[in-house]
Structures are given as C-alpha cells and as structure tokens.
Design a protein around this ligand. Sequence first.
Ligand SMILES: NC(=O)c1ccc[n+]([C@@H]2O[C@H](COP(=O)([O-])OP(=O)(O)OC[C@H]3O[C@@H](n4cnc5c(N)ncnc54)[C@H](O)[C@@H]3O)[C@@H](O)[C@H]2O)c1
Ligand SMILES: N[C@@H](CCC=O)C(=O)O
Length: 535
Amino acid sequence: MTPSQFENELTIHEHTQAGTLDEFHRAYEAAVDDIRSDFGATHPLRIDGDEIETEETFTVTNPGDTDQVLGEFAAGDETHVDEAVAAASDAYDEWKETPWDERAALFRDAADIIQDRKLEITALMAYENAKTRNEAIAEVDEAIDFLRYYSSELERTEGYSADTREPTPGQRCVSDLQPYGVFGVVSPFNFPFAILVGMTTGALITGNTAVVKPASTTPLTAHAFFDVLAEAGIPDGVANLVTGGGRAVGQPMIEHEDVAGFAFTGSREVGLEIQRTFDELDKRGPVIAELGGKNPVIVSDSADLSKAVSGVKFGAFSFSGQKCSATSRVYVHEDVADEFTERLVAETNDLSVGKPENRETVVSPLIDDSAIERYDDICDTAAADGTVLTGGSRVDRDDRDDLPAGRYVEPTVVTDIPHDHALATDEHFLPFVTIHPVSSLEEGITKANDSEYGLCAGLFSEDEDEINTWFDRIESGMCYVNREQSATTGALVDAQPFGGWKYSGTTGKFAGGPWYLQQFMRQQSRTVVGDVGQL
Ligand SMILES: NC(=O)c1ccc[n+]([C@@H]2O[C@H](COP(=O)([O-])OP(=O)(O)OC[C@H]3O[C@@H](n4cnc5c(N)ncnc54)[C@H](O)[C@@H]3O)[C@@H](O)[C@H]2O)c1
Ligand SMILES: N[C@@H](CCC=O)C(=O)O
C-alpha cells in the first residue's frame, strides 16, 4: 500500500525543532491571562442557529481553583432535545445533498480557523478541565488533524462513491455510502475538544446532521467549536448544541425516535446502556462508542529500564491518569522488578503536582468531587489490601501555600495487589498504577489479556522475538513498544488510529483511521438499465 501523505499538526515538536519553544510558552501564558476576563457569562443552547435561553442553568468552576466560576450554562431537558432533533431533521435533506467536496471544504476551513485560535482554545482547557499546556496543545492539534484527515478521506474516496461497472450491456451501476439522518453525539470531559470535534465531524461530514451534548463539566470548549462551525458557514440546524446532564439531555437523545445513529465516547456503563436502548427500541442505525480501558504494560527482563520507567510514569500520571489510554497496571519481570519499582517510585516523587497552567506541572487537579471520592476510596483499599509505595493522599494545602482550593492529589504507586483484585481490574481514571511481578513474558501476556478491556497496551523489551510474540498475542487495539514518552497514551491521527477491542469499544473501527467515517453511513447499490436517469 502507498504510505499516507497526511501531516500531523505537531505544535510542540515544531517549536522544539525550530528552537522557539520559549516563544510558545510566552504566548500560551499570555493567552491564559487574556481569556480570564471572559469568564462568568451565561451561555445558551444553540439550536437551528438560534441562541436559546433556559429556565434552569448550571455553574461550571475551575477544577484547579474551585472558587473560580467559569460560567453559567443552559441546562437543557427533553423539550430542548425535541427542538434540536426537529431542527436537525429539517436541515437533513439539504445538507445530505450538499456536494461532498463542499462539505470537505467547510471542515477544512474549520481546521484553519482553529489553527488561528489554537492558543486561546488551549488556554481554555487550563481552566475548564485543568489540562496542562503540553497536553492541551496536543489536543487542539488532534482536533485540527481530525478535521483535515476526515476531509481528506472524503476527497480520497470521492464522497464514498464507487463506479461498479456495467456488468452486462446497458446496466449502469454505482455503489455508494449514504448518511443515516440525525446523529446524537455525546462526549466526555477528558478530551472535551478533540473528541467532540472528531465525533461531530464524523457525523456531519458524511452528510448526517447532529445534536451534540458535551460533558457537563466541559461545555465551554464545545461552544468554542460551535463558534468555529458558525464562522466556517455551517447551515442552521445541521449542528445543534444542547448542554446539560446525562440523564436530562443524553437519555432523551438516545430514546428519540428521529435520532438514527449515535456517536459516544465515555464510560463503558453509559456506552453499553446506549447500545442496549438502541436494541430495545429496535433502532437500525449504529452506536459508535469508544469506551474505557485498563491498560497493561509489560516490562521484560531485557527492557531498557530508563525507557520503561519514563513510559510508565508519563502513561500513568499525565493529566492525572484521566485518560482512557492511561497506563494502569504493570507486569514486570521478577528479575528487574525491584529496580524498576524503586526507580518508578523515585521518579514519581519528582513529578510536579500543581496548577495546570504552570509550566512544570505534570499531575493536574481532578475533574470533580466524585473523582476525589473515588481516589480516597481506592487509596484506602490499597492501604488495606496491598502496599502503597508512594502517594495515596490528597495534597495537603497546609504544605503547599501556592495551591488554591482545587482537587490536587498525589500520583500513587501500589504493589502487593493480586492481579484479579478490583484495583487491578476496574478502570479508575485516576493517577493510580499497580505493579505486579511476573516470572515470564508468557505470564505477563496472559495476565495483560485477562481483562474485559482491550484499549491500549505497552511493552518494554529489547528482544525482537519477545516483541513479535507480544504483537501476535496481545488483545488490544493500540499496541506500543518501548514508548518512552508514554507507554500507552498519545495516539496521532492517521499514524495511530485510536480505538479498542472487547468492552473498550463497540465497533472495532478506530477514530482517525481509514475505516472510521464509513460507520456513519450505509451502502446503497444503484443500477439503471438504459440511458435514462442519473446515478
Ligand atoms: N475510548 C476512548 O476513546 C475514550 C476517550 C475518552 C474517554 N473515554 C472514557 O470516558 C470515561 C470518562 O469520561 P466521562 O467521565 O466523561 O464519562 P461518562 O460516561 O460519565 O460521561 C460521558 C458523557 O456521557 C454523558 N452521560 C452520562 N450519563 C448518561 C446517560 N445516562 N445517557 C446519556 N449520556 C450520559 C455525560 O454527561 C458525558 O457527556 C472513561 O471511562 C474513559 O475511559 C474513552
Ligand atoms: N486518544 C488519547 C486518549 C483518549 C482517551 O482518553 C490517547 O491516545 O491518549
């Protein structure tokens, strides 16, 4: 196959290559200061191109400084979902007839607009979900990549239409992919921009219209994307934004008879519930769901331990482990287990826990109170049932007078936990990793695969046979070897299409890859006999 020509947006890499990283940092810090003055406004729903106020609103605060209010947001309900679906249904016929190259051009324009506002959107995430600058700029880069990549896929396939010949004289045939109608799109808090942009673009660029609901903690970045779509010229009703709770807005979206398909990224519990509801209501459209992970890393006795320690540390603790791709369990060969663990603990102790906008911060505050409660619970369990090697507590603000009231916790490394203990089987979505010594690669692979999830996996080994065996046997969508920058996180659009096996996803077709967009469409074979009629 011809190698892809796609070029990723790689802001940090490009500044590093050009020797202009300090320029980036200064510009980011200025953007963080600038946007502060925008906070506190009330934000409406966006239906059919109109701004809709609601009686009820909800407040969003900064996870790193919970006294700081970012804004009031319209709390939608079933009636707003009905209005949004009606607008999307009305807009559908015209939008699906819009030529594919015009749709592709619109989303390319959206990518260019985001490129111009890159720092502003990056800075927004410091406040909204407490994402550090390196992580947030990579997320905005990823959103730009999704827009450009899906546009290029539509162009490469000429709108997913194939001339299927004239099998017998006079029979003219075409096979193409057609949209379903109205899609529901529901996104998570942890990648509030890239994942929302990716799923919404998947639905719209293929000719569907959409009703979009962001996570309740991250509606500001969703508004930023809707501003971009409006500026790029999206017609009224094609994309509609309904903010609000999962039960109040998400559930009626799933159940609405005119919502034909669903794109969801979030927890396994909610994703599988959406799939069950679609089945119960006998809906025929797809549920494209990207779900959780419990991502294992194997460290072999041949591993370069510096790479392994670095990869596990960043995989487990960047953005406080609040990634579906976060490293959460490590199977390390017993001959190197002590050294690996000591070094991991030492390097974890050196990680900076702090405000996301600080340059040195790696471990940023947790998103909400339920995350803090889960953290307290699992640390108590770890102390009772295993050995907490480092971390295990909230950061004590008496020792850190630089920290405002926020959800700051210590990155936590735990051992002496059985491999089948809930701490090592359940997704926690927190800065928490368990270490398990094993006697062979074989045992490591068996234990890595003994999970209901299959999202990301990592291996550290300098042995070619081990690497090949692992690739052959590991049950995981994303498989990374010797990735020092992070053992399991940080996929790039096109190069590393992202998705999971088992309960980590519902379709086995990955975001940012060549088989993603087809999921938003269904095939139609068209035949005309004779000279009359267009195909
Ligand atoms: N595989 C991936 O690509 C990927 C990427 C990011 C996050 N995730 C997963 O997302 C989870 C963390 O994100 P989260 O806490 O925002 O997940 P979540 O499932 O709690 O929420 C996701 C979205 O679903 C909505 N929701 C909640 N209940 C709902 C209901 N009953 N009906 C409809 N919508 C409902 C929420 O409001 C939110 O918008 C983790 O499990 C993580 O692994 C997966
Ligand atoms: N695509 C991201 C993870 C998204 C889920 O949280 C990564 O590759 O780390």
